[in-house]
Design a binder for this molecule. Structure first.
Ligand SMILES: Nc1ncnc2c1ncn2[C@@H]1O[C@H](COP(=O)(O)OP(=O)(O)OP(=O)(O)O)[C@@H](O)[C@H]1O
Ligand SMILES: [Mg+2]
Length: 520
């Protein structure tokens, strides 16, 4: 997403705006893709042109302007009008405005709006109309009179200079935005070069939380311990269970997965432990239970939090002693299985409330693996999107589709309550919807995603903060790693990172990466 607040403080942009203002008494503002005014703080900002100030000081005025910009730009875009901008009267204000759409990668990102002037000559009619309009906004008559004296016609010979300057403001936004994003891309590339893992079996992710999970998986690869995998729906618990099995010495034996909430008590019983012929109606022959099938392999107990008290007792016995009794049998049987369990519930608090056996809890919670929700590792979203796009393309035997930048940004802003599964479904839906279309654009996204951005501007800001933190952390890691690798050769590392030596030294200080401290 374009960070309008940032651009407002860029020197060239400020300068251009102030020239436009001084020469023609015209105000220049930004609006986002929906026409919302962006990039200035109303409490602090003063417009010099009173005809603009009196309207934009009012909520109603800002809303009307948004609506005007939104509909005008929409008409402009669908019409096959040539040119980069349009100049027309803002009917609610009675004066004219010039609208310049900002387009990036073929996607409409927002606009630069210059307003508070009359194209060509000023007539008494125009002035009177404007006064009426300002009056309708509840502007005081003395202010209206003052506004009328300070609104000027834009002469034909000035018009081309004016549009060039406003266009330049828009171009600056595009250039700077592109620069910022390419810097981010560069960081990502460097990231790969540094050998950060972004994949573990079928698991994708390069965020810090995922790196931690990979490291833990490496550690427990050869262990026989029971692992409890906890995480929200769709975070990849089953994927992790499989990764544990397929990287363990048991990998050539069976991996059995059973959802503990899927069956009623009796069926689950016979499913897990098997039964002997005649033990209940329908038991026409002996049947092996899943525990026996998993012998020497791994048993994954999914949704362990949903098991009944009596089932908990039976599970405890298999885990503790490796023995169980098939339904209807009299003798115990013995198996050698490694147990993995998963749940999206808070087992600990269930134990405290007496809903889950404490002894079973401690038995399965030997190693605890918490899978973070997607919203805590948003930096993995672009990677996951690419992965799922690849996947869809292969499955459908199509060319891989392209997600536009803005669509990706919308995906980034969304909190993903259904986590990776929800993201995966969204991508699959997009690919189907797109049909022959190669580009996946923001307007194709599910309504809940599009609406979210509108309702949660504050949340958006927070996400931005997180991104900054993440980038800083990454930068710190890269520098630390690089210093070690190059034997503290700052000139060499600075070159590698594409920054100046002085810049690197400043960063080393900022992050406290002093040699003496690091070697301690
Ligand atoms: N890190 C990841 N990389 C790629 N795909 C993933 C990742 N995590 C999850 N997925 C995919 O998301 C979907 C959901 O994953 P999985 O079934 O393992 O989640 P879960 O935590 O067991 O969900 P639930 O709680 O709903 O049972 C699967 O299609 C899985 O392949
Ligand atoms: Mg699952």
């Amino acid at each position: 997403m374009i960070n309008w607040d940032e651009f407002e403080h860029i020197h060239v942009i400020q300068k251009l705006k102030s020239i436009i203002n001084q020469w023609w008494n015209i105000e220049t503002i930004f609006t986002d893709d929906r026409g919302k005014i962006r990039g200035f703080n109303r409490e602090k900002h003063t417009f010099k042109n009173p005809a603009v100030r009196v309207i934009l000081n009012k909520d109603k005025g800002c809303e009307d302007l948004s609506e005007f910009v939104r509909t005008s730009i929409e008409e402009f875009r669908v019409s096959d009008q040539k040119g980069k901008f349009l100049i027309k009267q803002w009917p609610q204000a009675g004066y004219d405005a010039a609208l310049f759409p900002i387009v990036l990668d073929g996607e409409f990102m927002g606009s630069v709006v210059a307003l508070g002037f009359f194209m060509d000559a000023v007539s008494a009619d125009k002035i009177n109309n404007m006064k009426d309009r300002l009056g309708a906004f509840g502007v005081h008559s003395s202010e209206i009179e003052q506004a009328a004296t300070q609104i000027h016609p834009l002469k034909a010979e000035d018009a081309s200079h004016f549009t060039e300057l406003v266009d330049l403001v828009g171009q600056e936004v595009v250039t700077l935005h592109t620069e910022i994003t390419s810097r981010e891309t560069r960081i990502n590339e460097l990231n790969k070069e540094l050998g950060i893992r972004y994949k573990y079996d079928n698991m994708i992710g390069k965020s810090k939380p995922m790196q931690d999970i990979y490291a833990l998986l490496d550690k427990i690869k050869n262990s026989e311990s029971t692992v409890l995998i906890q995480g929200e729906n769709g975070t990849g618990k089953e994927l992790i269970a499989k990764a544990i099995h397929y990287n363990s010495p048991r990998k050539d034996k069976t991996f059995v997965s059973q959802n503990c909430s899927a069956f009623n008590e009796n069926l689950l019983d016979s499913e897990l432990f098997g039964h002997v012929k005649g033990s209940f109606t329908g038991a026409i022959k002996d049947k092996k239970g899943l525990f026996e099938i998993a012998d020497k392999g791994t048993f994954f107990l999914d949704e362990i939090g949903d098991t009944s008290p009596s089932m908990q007792v039976k599970l405890l016995r298999v885990i503790q002693e490796g023995t169980f009794i098939p339904v209807g049998a009299t003798e115990t049987r013995r198996v050698d299985v490694r147990i993995l369990a998963a749940t999206n519930r808070d087992l600990k608090s269930m134990v405290e409330k007496g809903q889950f056996r404490e002894d079973l809890y401690y038995r399965i919670n030997v190693i605890n693996l918490r899978v973070p929700p997607l919203r805590e590792r948003k930096e993995d979203i672009p990677l996951l999107v690419e992965y799922f796009l690849d996947h869809c393309a292969q499955e459908k035997n199509q060319k891989k589709k392209i997600m536009t930048k803005r669509a990706l940004e919308k995906l980034y802003d969304f909190p993903w309550p259904g986590n990776i599964r929800e993201l995966q479904n969204e991508i699959e839906r997009l690919v189907v919807l797109a049909g022959e279309e190669q580009k996946l654009t923001a307007d194709m996204l599910s309504p809940r995603l599009l609406d979210f951005g509108e309702k949660n501007k504050i949340q958006g800001a927070r996400v931005h903060g997180k991104l900054k933190d993440a980038l800083e952390e990454l930068e710190r890691e890269m520098i630390r790693e690089g210093l070690r690798r190059t034997g503290w050769n700052k000139s060499k590392l600075a070159k590698e990172l594409g920054i100046s030596r002085a810049g690197l030294i400043m960063k080393v200080e900022k992050y406290g990466l002093d040699k003496r401290k690091l070697l301690k």
